[in-house]
Structures are given as structure tokens and as C-alpha cells.
Design a protein around this ligand. Structure first.
Ligand SMILES: *Cc1c(COP(=O)(O)O)cnc(C)c1O
Length: 355
């Protein structure tokens, strides 16, 4: 069976060697030596100055919204995973959707200003499929209107924009290390924040507000990554460049062999070093998407409908009409993409799509 992605699993004995250290230390969580080591290694791998590892990729969104959005209106994209808008509602803020740009599938920066009201406190945008939002324009708008910017950078591991890690942009940027993501710790995530004062607030928040064993810096929650998760990340990180290379080969094959008269691809923003995290194609109609999905299923090939539905039509979100997102969401399919796809399977996929 071939799914949209295949979790990269490193050699088990290399994982257990890291676990042995946790056993020797008799220390399984509370920012142990493995979490600290993974933070250091990720800082140099990603070329970022700061990182806080967390237990998934949703809790850093919640922490950022709690600290920055203050129950206000949060301008956001309807084309993302449900966690993006769900976190806004969970933190008692109001999502205000702004439609996407049809080429890049990121929030349409030119439509943000008209959605700003006196209650707007923040912008939460997603770098969809690792494709950067127009971070320069969004930063200008945010400055002008005194808004905070949070990036859901769940798909963005390793992506660089203008030679800098994409995690460096926004007041806070977050990542997911879920098993389906490019770099993973089974469950896990991270928060990035360059401002030292805000970084400290995020740091305290992720550990119940603890400032030492008996002192509290304020309200907090438990978002800590465990040593078991960090051990997995440490085992996988040395393989990641090879994983990305293998995925690039698959992406190149798709680009060379898919008939782009029949489907559209997405446009990666200029000056981006992309990470080959997803390979979405957009069909002319939902009907064709369904037919092709059905045919692929007969070969035991299961792409995924990322992202469907457009989040503004989810009942508890009830946003206003988003023409582009509602048009694209039913027609977009993410093709299988992983480090170990066989040429024979890739040929089947392409033949079905082009047939
Ligand atoms: C995966 C994902 C998340 C959530 O991450 P978890 O680690 O599963 O909590 C948030 N936003 C986007 C866009 C995602 O794809």
C-alpha cells in the first residue's frame, strides 16, 4: 500500500542507543539532556538562534495565540490544516478568514488590510506545503496596523527564504514534528521566537509557568517534549539530508512526467529553498479528482486531499465565502511523496493521471 507519505524510520538500534542514555540518566522528561541536545543540533541545522521543543505542533500555536492575540480577531487562511483555525477558537479568539492567492495557495496579502477591524490583534498564516507566505508584505501590514504575526510553519522544516530559515519570520513561528511530517519525533513540535522577552514568556508558558521549583512566572501549560521523543529526533536528523534528496528525485520525476495541460501545480515563491514536503496537483474539476483517486486506489495507491474542505465552511468556524479557497480545496490532491517510492509505482501514478 502506498500512502501520501511514509514515515521515515531510522535503524532501531541507533534509537535504542539514545534511549540507553535516558535510562542511564533515569531521566525521561522535564528538558533532559536529549531535549537540550536536539535543540542545539536543530539550531545549527536550521541556522536559527532560538527554539523551544514541544510535545506537538498545535500547542505552540495555542501558546502564541494566548500570548499575542488576547481574545481578539485573528486574520487567518481558510486553506490549511484544521489545527490552524481550531487553535484560534480554542484560545477564545475569532478567526477572520482572508482568501488565498491561487498560485502560491498562501493567504492573499493584498486582501489582508480590508479584513482588519479595531478588534484585530494578530495574523496567523500558514506557509502551505512549505511555500512561504509573502512575509515581507505581511510584516509591513502588521507594522502599520500594530498587529502580531504568527506563522504556522508546520510544513516548513528546512525551508529558506532569501537565504534565511523561514522560521525566523513573524513574531512567533511554529513547526510540527508529527510522524507524517518531513522531520519527526512521532509526536512533537517547536516554537521559534527571536524577541528575547517574548521568547521568555513562551518558554515559561510551555512548562506551567515554572520559574524554579516553587516560583511561577505566570499562567502556563504543559507543552514539554519528552526524552523519548527527542531521542527519535536525534536519531533521524543525521538522515534528513538524504531523505530530502530522495524526495527531490520523486518531485523531479513528477515535474518531468505529469502532463501539466491536465492539472496545475503550485508555484513556489521566488528566492525560496524549498523542502520537497508535499506534491499537490490541482485538477480541473472535483469529478476528475474523484475518478483518478478511485483508479489509483485500485493500484493500492492512496493520495490525500490536503486541504479539504476549505476551513471557512467547517460548521463551528462559519466564515464568510472564500471564492478561491472553496474552488481549489475540492480539486487539490497531494500525491505520494516519500524517501523510498519505487520508479514502477511512480510510473503507475503518472500513467493514471495522464491517462
Ligand atoms: C500537522 C499540522 C499541524 C498540527 O501539528 P501536530 O503536530 O499534529 O499537532 C498544524 N498546522 C498544519 C498546517 C499542519 O499540517
Amino acid at each position: 500500500m502506498i500512502n501520501v507519505t511514509k514515515t521515515f524510520l531510522p535503524p532501531l538500534d541507533e534509537y535504542t542507543a539514545y534511549l540507553k542514555r535516558a535510562w542511564d540518566n533515569e531521566w525521561l522528561t522535564n528538558r533532559g539532556e536529549l531535549v537540550l541536545e536536539l535543540e542545539d543540533k536543530l539550531k545549527s541545522y536550521l541556522k536559527v538562534s532560538n527554539i523551544i521543543l514541544m510535545n506537538n505542533g498545535t500547542i505552540p500555536l495555542q501558546i502564541a495565540l494566548k500570548l499575542l492575540a488576547h481574545n481578539g480577531e485573528v486574520i487567518t487562511t481558510p486553506f490549511s490544516y484544521i489545527a490552524t483555525s481550531a487553535s484560534i477558537v480554542w484560545e477564545n479568539c475569532t478567526p477572520v478568514f482572508v482568501d488565498i492567492d491561487p498560485d502560491h495557495l498562501t493567504i492573499n496579502e493584498n486582501k489582508i488590510e480590508e479584513a482588519i477591524t479595531k478588534n484585530t490583534t494578530a495574523i496567523l498564516a500558514t506557509h502551505v506545503f512549505g511555500n512561504p507566505c509573502n512575509v515581507d508584505k505581511i510584516e509591513k501590514i502588521a507594522k502599520k496596523h500594530n498587529l502580531k504575526v504568527i506563522y504556522d510553519a508546520a510544513h516548513t522544516f528546512g525551508v529558506e527564504y532569501n537565504g534565511r530559515s523561514l522560521f525566523n519570520f513573524g513574531d512567533v513561528s511554529t513547526c510540527s514534528f508529527h510522524a507524517t511530517k518531513l522531520f519527526h519525533t512521532a509526536e512533537g513540535g517547536a516554537l521559534f521566537c527571536a524577541n528575547p522577552e517574548l521568547y521568555n514568556q513562551c518558554y515559561y508558558s510551555h512548562n506551567f509557568g515554572h520559574n524554579g521549583p516553587t516560583d511561577f512566572h505566570g499562567l502556563g501549560i504543559n507543552a514539554k517534549m519528552s526524552e523519548l521523543q527527542a531521542a527519535l529526533g536525534l536519531t533521524i536528523l543525521p538522515y534528513l539530508d538524504r531523505v530530502i534528496e530522495e524526495r527531490k528525485k520523486v518531485v523531479d520525476f513528477y515535474f518531468e512526467n505529469i502532463d501539466f495541460n491536465l492539472v496545475n501545480g503550485i508555484k513556489i515563491r521566488a528566492n525560496t529553498k524549498w523542502n520537497y514536503s508535499y506534491f499537490p496537483i490541482i485538477f480541473k474539476s472535483e469529478n476528475i479528482l474523484k475518478k483518478k483517486t478511485f483508479k489509483l486506489a485500485k493500484h493500492n495507491i492512496f493520495p490525500r486531499r490536503y486541504f479539504y474542505p476549505s476551513l471557512n465552511i467547517v460548521d463551528y468556524l462559519r466564515g464568510s465565502k472564500m471564492e478561491i479557497s472553496e474552488s481549489i480545496a475540492p480539486r487539490i490532491l497531494c500525491l505520494p511523496l516519500s524517501h523510498n517510492l519505487m520508479k514502477t509505482d511512480l510510473k503507475i501514478i503518472v500513467d493514471v493521471l495522464n491517462g
